[in-house]
Design a protein around this ligand. Sequence first.
Ligand SMILES: Nc1ncnc2c1ncn2[C@@H]1O[C@H](COP(=O)(O)OP(=O)(O)OP(=O)(O)O)[C@@H](O)[C@H]1O
Length: 290
Amino acid sequence: MLEVRDLHKRFGDKVALDGVSLSVEPGHMFGFVGANGAGKTTTMRITMGVLVPDSGRVLWNGKELTESGRSDFGYMPEERGLYPKMKIAAQIAYFGELAGMTPAVAKRAAGDWLDRLGLGDRGNDFVQDLSLGNQQRVQLAVALVHDPKMLVLDEPFSGLDPIAVDTMATVLQERSEAGVPVVFSSHQLELVERLCDTVGIISAGTMVATGTVAELRARGNRRLRVTVAGATSGWENSVGVPATSVGTDEWVFDTDDDQRVLQAATAAGRVTRFGYDEPSLADIFREASS
Ligand SMILES: Nc1ncnc2c1ncn2[C@@H]1O[C@H](COP(=O)(O)OP(=O)(O)OP(=O)(O)O)[C@@H](O)[C@H]1O
């Protein structure tokens, strides 16, 4: 299990992290979301030892994460960092060897991952000759080649076409189901909602909400959407809770008191639709970040 505890980090006067904590359990996928500059990359870089925090800790299975512990992690950094003039099969195998694999095992694993990621016939191509999306697949292969115990991925889905998104999502789900904790950042909230057990929302260096999507939904404002045909004018103002007209015959109420609204709506006209909106992760994100 990965635990990031109370990280603080400044760059000069700029406070990048102001007490960030998160944890990712085996078999769980943690989606890290936040606006540009919120602190996701900085948190991941500290986790991977690329940056040193001003204070705070990173624990792996309850103990301080060490350099040798990190060599068992798979990392997809934001800056990517492939060698443009190296053939991709050799490059993936090279990273496998850096992580302690023998050359023969690393070569086999590199070939297996290239096949798996749909690049089986591109092993002798140079990275610079691949499209950006395919370079990203290679970067994923680099992160996975040594069968890591933990995956830390900085925006792995950015710039991918829908097929590559599906391939990436399937591979991550498989690793997660195999017991590997996975943390990834993304601005693609519908993907995070679909894939992740737990979501962390970071805003200006502070974790403003963490939980399952269902938990975050339950904490958010509930919006009751009501359609009333032929309603008497201004009826919504007599209910006594905040109301907004959102179209012909349709209103939204910020309240948990559905019976109160239902009674007023029934008295006002013919109720044709009545129910709570299910907020999307994007709605939750906007609310938490405001
Ligand atoms: N090396 C650095 N020097 C100075 N400031 C930095 C440095 N790295 C990050 N920052 C600042 O720290 C804050 C957090 O940046 P970070 O890259 O962690 O955000 P992010 O959530 O990953 O953003 P994005 O979604 O745009 O990638 C930003 O204000 C950024 O400008």
